[in-house]
Write a protein that binds this ligand. Structure first.
Ligand SMILES: *[C@@H]1O[C@H](CO)[C@@H](O)[C@H](O)[C@H]1NC(C)=O
Ligand SMILES: *[C@@H]1O[C@H](CO)[C@@H](O)[C@H](O)[C@H]1NC(C)=O
Ligand SMILES: *[C@@H]1O[C@H](CO)[C@@H](O)[C@H](O)[C@H]1NC(C)=O
Ligand SMILES: *[C@@H]1O[C@H](CO)[C@@H](O)[C@H](O)[C@H]1NC(C)=O
Length: 335
């Protein structure tokens, strides 16, 4: 299994990252708002690309919001429970894909367009000419060796990359992601036997009263409230990646991300990011020709959550609280 080795340099790293955050925090206070710009000489500014200014501001606001929330958290909470000397374990960087050629780090989150971002990186690396030609299983198959992950580097190399590379991630409404993961892994049409065997059988055994023999054997037919109960009783450390908290996958209070994308506005923000990375002439973000879902996940998600009890709602929110707060999402839509 995963062998955890702890950094000697860990506490240094933590201190360093917190320092970067502080510096950033100060700079931001002097930012202009769009109104400030407008109040100035309009003629002189007419050449400005307002959309790009607004996009930059959205980024600044998201980062500021995240930093504010991080400051309120107990620093101990950001490290694993049994760490001494503030050491950061290497597996904290397991979800971060490294692009040395583009000096880029991407923390990928399953169910948040991560297959398509991996495709984009493969095109950037020259591993493929067209993102659409890459099969989804290949994108995620670590043994094909398309990607290197930050935990595979030495502590010094990790620190260097965290300090100097451009870092990004994409998030979405935490409850929508849960519904997306549930449908993807447990609904019949997707028919992923592996997940039903791994989790379905366990969930049915543990959370269903009087389960029948067949469902105990196949793990099929897990309903959303059973899944929810399973989630809020899970230990975050050992959760599956498809529903593990963003906070636990990408550690945004330890690592300063330069770009925080929202899935809700995916295509526009993907274009914005590819422009920032100056690769938009080489690669386009793949856009779904037809969505495989008949209705947007947003509406489906509300339906699923409406079927839960108030208690289940609250417990799930509590479990994913940091993800909501860090990235400015609210549970209001789902009440
Ligand atoms: C991953 O790639 C390896 C090497 O080509 C192959 O043997 C294996 O079956 C692949 N795994 C999956 C899940 O596709
Ligand atoms: C799902 O997989 C099982 C086992 O492989 C198979 O028996 C069943 O027919 C499949 N169901 C669908 C809807 O594809
Ligand atoms: C889902 O499962 C729970 C627990 O097994 C059960 O009490 C509930 O009635 C089920 N809900 C639906 C809609 O089938
Ligand atoms: C694109 O389609 C896949 C399924 O084919 C879905 O999982 C994904 O959420 C879709 N992406 C967007 C942005 O709609």
């Amino acid at each position: 299994m995963v062998k955890l080795f702890l950094f000697r340099l860990g506490s240094l790293l933590l201190l360093f990252i917190l320092l970067i955050r502080e510096t950033f925090f100060r700079q931001n206070e002097e930012d202009f708002t769009e109104d400030d710009f407008k109040r100035r000489d309009v003629d002189r500014l007419s050449g400005y690309n307002w959309k790009s200014i607004r996009n930059e501001q959205v980024q600044e606001q998201r980062k500021q919001h995240l930093i504010d929330y991080c400051h309120k958290r107990d620093a101990k909470e950001l490290l694993p429970p049994h760490t001494t000397n503030n050491e950061i374990p290497a597996h904290y960087f397991r979800n971060i894909i490294v692009s040395d050629s583009h000096r880029l780090l991407y923390c990928y989150i399953p169910k948040v367009a991560c297959s398509n971002w991996k495709r984009v990186l493969m095109v950037m690396h020259g591993d493929a000419a067209d993102p659409w030609n890459i099969k989804t299983p290949d994108v995620h198959n670590r043994s094909l060796g398309y990607f290197r992950y930050l935990n595979q580097y030495s502590p010094e190399e990790i620190v260097y990359r965290l300090r100097t590379y451009y870092k990004f991630l994409f998030v979405r409404h935490p409850f929508e992601r849960l519904v997306s993961a549930y449908r993807n892994k447990f609904i019949d049409s997707y028919n992923l036997t592996l997940f039903k065997e791994m989790y379905g059988r366990y969930i049915i055994r543990k959370y269903r009263q009087n389960p029948d023999k067949r469902s105990l054997r196949t793990g099929e037919g897990v309903n959303f409230s059973e899944f929810a109960e399973f989630l809020y009783n899970s230990d975050p450390e050992f959760m599956d990646w498809h529903w593990k908290q963003y906070d636990m996958l990408c550690h945004p209070c330890l690592i300063y991300y330069d770009f925080i994308g929202h899935f809700e506005n995916l295509y526009e923000e993907a274009d914005q990011l590819l422009n920032i990375l100056q690769v938009s002439d080489k690669v386009k973000f793949p856009k779904n020709k037809t969505s495989s879902y008949k209705r947007p996940t947003k509406f489906l998600a509300k339906e699923y959550f409406n079927s839960l009890s108030k208690e289940a709602h609250d417990k799930l929110y509590e479990k994913y609280k940091h993800d909501f707060e860090l990235f400015g999402y609210s549970m209001q839509d789902f009440l």
